[in-house]
Design a binder for this molecule. Sequence first.
Ligand SMILES: Cc1ncc(COP(=O)(O)O)c(C=O)c1O
Length: 377
Amino acid sequence: MKLFDVYPLQPIAIAHAHGAWVWDEQGNKYLDMYGGHAVISIGHTHPHYIKRLTEQLGKIGFYSNSVHLRIQEELAEKLGDLSGKPHFQLFLCNSGAEANENALKLASFHTGRKKVLAFRGAFHGRTSLAVAATDNPKIVAPVNQADHIIFAPFNDETGLETVFSEQGEEIAAVIVEGIQGVGGINEASVAFLKKIRQLCDAWGAVYIADGIQCGYGRSGTFFSHDYCGVDADIYTTAKGMGNGFPVGGVWAGPQFRPWHGMLGTTFGGNPLACAAALAVAEVMESESLMQNAAETGTYLMTKLKACSGIKEVRGRGLMIGIDLTAEKSDLRKRLLHKGRVFTGEAKPNVVRLLPSLALTRTEADYFLEKFYESFQD
Ligand SMILES: Cc1ncc(COP(=O)(O)O)c(C=O)c1O
């Protein structure tokens, strides 16, 4: 059987990895400024991660959510402390799309309403509701088309007020990324997020903060939404949560009352996933990775902003977009094949940097050197 060919692949086969580095089958070494799409949060093959997962595998790999799994409680406790949101409730699932799907469902159960407000440039996943709330018609199949999703312009408070004044009583949820990732590293303004909070309070809608790419310490605080100084009602996480082990989370505020069967999953919250997430949280804490993301990110952005010829440098912490002019559109390719540096992209010409939160200053300098070389080529 052949693989279902849905991914445009780089002609590189990765064989092993460590920290911020990966090696291909020929032994060539690459700096990973992509983190496997914002997933590698504490670095590849971190010894504590390997130890925690190996130990857990020796105890029990899986049991269902029909019994007490103490490690889930341990994880919820740890994440409450690490994020400064100990009063939230954690529902564990397996991916980002699944987290958003459940968050939207929870908001709809809670309000008894159906409409969802999402924004231009948004990406929330590929399952039915999540993809319907994603601003990319190409990946929305006819079966996913929903007339209860409203799209409004991003960072436009007036547009937001107009939608609420016309349909406020029907809106179950507003879902927003703190920094749009796939959309090209566009940060939500403080005023915009505050306006979402205000309108959700006024109209009884649920504010969902999609922290799947921009959250989990990447921006320098636990959630990038935290910069605006107001809480969301629900946060969603995945990607960096398990450093590659599939794990996602819905963080529901205390106002949400669960009932048995309201949400559910077979694999979500399994002991191995919890061990991976706990290992990540422990390393984030012991190695002060949020602080490192803030500092190394600021360093990189300051250097990149000083480089003339770049259209714009956007982002926060270690979620950085380098917006290039059309003539430089093949820079990412040069960086990969000549500089041996992996980066991400956003259309049309944005290089996305989503490295491990443990990226060192030396590694940042190595990236800058390779970037300047490719830029001048
Ligand atoms: C902001 C955001 N939300 C949701 C998702 C979907 O996550 P997953 O691919 O784990 O389903 C992504 C993935 O890129 C994302 O960037």
